[in-house]
Design a protein around this ligand. Structure first.
Ligand code: NAD
Ligand code: MG
Length: 382
């Protein structure tokens, strides 16, 4: 029985992780549940799963959660610091990092320091601090399992081939909702258009990142760190059907790919049960119904965020952190209707040019850079 700490249990990944727990009660228990501010759902989850502890990060919601769970022996904490404390509890066997954005970095580092195996959905952690995180993963000898579907696919391809040399990764991308739009049309797309992803139902922030292809840039950086590859070894392949979840090309030219219907429960469950596979009910891929799979190159002129990510990956240091912070600010401003879609990339570019480069591998540098880059990006929006 694995006792899980699920950070971000009320989100898209968190709720699907709880589906996995629900279908394998003999294997997993939801030992700790945490949410940002969705008190109602956290309360409902706590009543169903009877965790040991819950954390509501938003302090204004603390009393509501505490009072609603007063009849149950569940500990209730609040605040960001509590997130770091609970992951280190001795009774926690694995941490699922499924918070969104830079906010996931600190608790993920806390889990690493406490030597807890980590199932990582929070890709921003590796974008911002990949070098540091992977160094600590090696030093602490802590398993770090990817939840992102592409990286789970890559891991599934590498199983049985860990000693063999990889030539490149074929990182598949749906292309997002604007694959067919030309650059001029992109000026006028709305948040509602961008929030309508063709194949995946995800949280709002990552759905916008998928529309700009910033998400694919993040995933390229994530893959470099997880699998010790150079940026030029990661090739983005637009594959609108989202059936091939990614592929690995080995030194002999052999390509292994992982295929399936788009369902995040599989990569979530695989990260929790690795190296074992557990049963998962649901739709199966029908190749006869599908008939064909299509692949096309990516247009980085139209989607400059991907090009910025390659630049950030090559230069390293705090540049990916700067890029991430600017993206978080611009992504939110677009969702709030404050800036047009094409301005997201412009703000990221200008912020990357403005914040001083720093090559030190240290959490303090990332926190300082994140703060500075947000300030710069916010001023660009005013
Ligand atoms: P979401 O917005 O649906 O959920 C985010 C969760 O984090 C919620 O539970 C929220 O309460 C919590 N949270 C947000 N801010 C917080 C804060 N400051 N402090 C504490 N908790 C906070 O997001 P999601 O789509 O589930 O994505 C989560 C992560 O997983 C992201 O990093 C995303 O890139 C990654 N990811 C998601 C998917 C997907 O299918 N949704 C796929 C691959 C990777
Ligand atoms: Mg992905």
């Amino acid at each position: 029985m694995k006792q899980l700490a699920i950070l971000g249990s009320t989100g898209s990944i968190g709720t699907q992780a709880l589906d996995v727990v629900r279908s394998h009660p003999e294997r997993f228990s939801a030992h700790i549940l945490t949410a940002g501010s969705n008190a109602e759902l956290l309360i409902a989850q706590a009543r169903e799963f009877q965790p040991d502890t819950v954390v509501i990060a938003d302090e204004r919601k603390y009393e509501q959660v505490r009072d609603a769970l007063a009849d149950l022996p569940i500990k209730v904490y609040t605040g960001e610091e509590a997130l770091c404390d609970v992951v280190a509890m001795p009774s926690v066997d694995m941490v699922l990092a499924a918070m969104v954005g830079f906010a996931g970095l600190r608790p993920t580092i806390a889990a690493l320091e406490a030597r807890k195996p980590i199932a990582l959905a929070n890709k921003e952690t590796l974008v911002v601090a990949g070098e540091y995180i992977m160094q600590r993963v090696r030093e602490q000898q802590v398993p770090l399992l990817p939840v992102d579907s592409e990286h789970s696919a890559i891991l599934q391809c590498l199983v049985g081939d860990f000693g063999n040399s990889v030539e490149k990764i074929l990182l598949t991308a749906s292309g997002g909702p604007f694959r067919r739009k030309d650059a001029a049309e992109l000026q006028h797309v709305t948040p509602a258009d961008a929030l309508h992803h063709p194949n995946w139902k995800m949280g709002a922030k990552i759905t916008i990142d998928s529309a700009t292809l910033m998400n694919k840039g993040f995933e390229m950086i994530e893959a470099c760190h997880l699998f010790h590859l150079r940026p030029e070894q990661i090739e983005v392949v637009v594959h609108p059907e989202s059936v091939v979840h990614s592929a690995v090309q080995f030194c002999d030219g052999a390509i292994k790919a992982q295929l399936g219907v788009p369902d995040m429960r599989l990569p979530i469950q695989y990260a929790l049960s690795y190296p074992e596979r557990l049963g998962l009910s649901g739709e199966r891929l029908n190749l006869f119904a599908l008939q064909k799979l299509t692949f096309e190159p990516v247009d980085m002129q139209k989607f400059p965020c991907l090009a910025y990510a390659y630049e950030a990956a090559h230069r390293g240091g705090n540049l990916p952190c700067t890029m991430n912070a600017a993206n978080e600010v611009a992504n939110l401003a677009f969702r709030q209707g404050k800036i047009p879609f094409t301005r997201i990339g412009e703000i990221i570019r200008a912020t990357m040019d403005a914040v001083p480069f720093d090559n030190q591998v240290a959490p303090d540098v990332y926190f300082a850079t994140d703060h500075e880059a947000r300030t710069v990006a916010e001023q660009l929006i005013l």
